[in-house]
Design a protein around this ligand. Structure first.
Ligand code: NDP
Length: 331
């Protein structure tokens, strides 16, 4: 059946500006790292993506290697673009990245000009796109001059294959250097994609300050710590969970009795706030004005809609924030 987007999708203003740029992102964005590969159910993935768009979630985040197999998330997303979303291309913010291993040989990963630009061409072919909205260096390459990596990003913009560029997983000092190089090339770094959740707060130790100072936005990935910060692991490890899946990186061993105890306490606080644990965990990341968007994963549309409701309450009292810190510290 022909897809017709919900004409109320922009009824709510849910968009934040990424740093000082013209890039506006929904407070909740959808990532395609898991659940959208050839091993997954295409119809479920399509429904999740179209539900997102129907709710004004216009940003879809990919990378060359998302799947499995690597590349298949981009292929599936390309199929959905061709079938359903093509008329809405100018409304969409589609990102991809290169940095992790994608093909054999010395040019199949990291940050060389050859790898980044070849990978971007491959991503465009897989998705059937002329350009992506954001192209990221997925990780810092300690063996390639940063100037080379940043010049490749700037050239992706100059050749019209990307509109904006960003970096991901770079530490604060390298972020500063990267931003300065990109400024000197006339192509600003507009966004940093960094892991950030209640369970992983490394960005608070300098990166967020650097981003604010440089006028760069932050999109937080794995804000639910891959699903740990939801109510699904409070009693057991359900069979339809990432921790039980043969694919991916979340190990059963991550779910320790101490973590579950903390999660139960956080869940009780979330319920007092009238939220699910997932909603509170996402709201907690979004409470920081330096965070432009939380980049969630979802195995189906129900999870996405549940998570999306986090935007209804992103205010925390000082007492609540202190309680969260005490719970996480195990006190
Ligand atoms: P999350 O922390 O949001 O975890 C998503 C998982 O949490 C889902 O697959 C699901 O797990 C569970 N979940 C989501 N919503 C709910 C809910 N409402 N109730 C219960 N469970 C829920 O994010 P991801 O780790 O998936 O990362 C998000 C995106 O960030 C990726 O798709 C990718 O785009 C990006 N990313 C970027 C990286 C980088 O290096 N730049 C690295 C990693 C991710 P389950 O399957 O168990 O149901």
């Amino acid at each position: 059946m022909t897809y017709l987007a919900n004409d109320q999708r922009y009824a709510r203003d849910i968009y934040n500006r990424s740093g000082n740029s013209g890039l506006l992102l929904p407070q909740v964005s959808l990532g395609l790292w898991h659940n959208f590969g050839h091993v997954d159910d295409f119809a479920t993935g399509r429904e999740t993506i179209l539900t997102a768009f129907d709710n004004g979630i216009i940003h879809f985040d990919l990378a060359n290697n998302y799947g499995p197999p690597p590349g298949s998330a981009e292929e599936n997303f390309g199929k959905i673009l061709r079938r359903d979303l093509r008329p809405y291309r100018d409304e969409l913010i589609i990102s991809t990245k290169a940095g992790y291993r994608m093909w054999d040989g010395p040019y199949g990963e990291w940050g060389s000009r050859k790898y980044l630009l070849a990978s971007l061409d491959q991503s465009l072919r897989r998705m059937g796109l002329e350009y992506v909205d954001i192209f990221y260096s997925h990780r810092f390459d300690p063996d390639t001059p940063l100037e080379e990596t940043m010049t490749a990003l700037a050239d992706a913009v100059r050749t019209g294959k990307a509109l904006y560029v960003g970096i991901s997983n770079y530490d604060a000092d390298t972020t500063r250097r990267a931003a300065e190089i990109l400024d000197s090339l006339g192509v600003p770094c507009v966004i940093h994609q960094a892991r950030y959740s209640m369970l992983d707060r490394w960005v608070e130790k300098g990166l967020l300050d650097t981003l604010e100072e440089k006028g760069i936005g932050c999109i937080a990935f794995s804000p639910l710590a891959q699903g740990l910060l939801t109510n699904k692991y409070l009693k057991e490890i359900p069979p339809d969970s990432r921790a039980a899946s043969p694919y991916g990186f979340l190990q059963r061993s991550a779910i320790t009795p101490r973590l579950v105890d903390n999660l139960r306490k956080l869940d009780a606080l979330a319920r007092e706030r009238g939220q699910s644990l997932a909603q509170m965990a996402l709201a907690w990341v979004l409470k920081d004005p330096r965070v432009t968007s939380v980049l969630v994963g979802a195995r189906n549309k129900d999870q996405l809609l549940d998570s999306f409701r986090c935007i209804e309450n992103t205010d925390f009292s000082t007492e609540e924030l202190e309680l969260i810190d005490r719970i996480l510290a195990g006190n």
